[in-house]
Design a protein around this ligand. Sequence first.
Ligand SMILES: [Fe+2]
Length: 132
Amino acid sequence: MFHDLGKSQPILSVSDVADPKKVFEDGKLHAYRGAEIAKNFYAIHEDIVEIIRYHHHEEHELPDAFPWRLRPMFRLFQIVDGLSASITRGGGEVDFTVQDCIVTVTERNHRPQYNGTWQVDLFTGKRTKISD
Ligand SMILES: [Fe+2]
């Protein structure tokens, strides 16, 4: 709910054709702003603030000081954020199950590069493609 507080949205009309890479700024910028807003205006717990701050970082880009205990939640957050975008903007259908620390996701949407079934181990970060 708080993670995209700092997002700056381009003004587009229904029939506009736009290249997302050109009209949207780097997600790391709104992640940083969102973290500052969540922390200072809404008194969100510092662990959640850190996840908001880095939610558009690749895992290998996280600073050394990023606590290990937050990595499983960070991974789950990124999965849910991506699937939510698929459902709301890509017309996607998603199946999502969890067993122990393994999340299994099946996705079907208009962008075929995202289709398939994969598993993510929230503790190790290992991602395994199960099927196309
Ligand atoms: Fe975001």
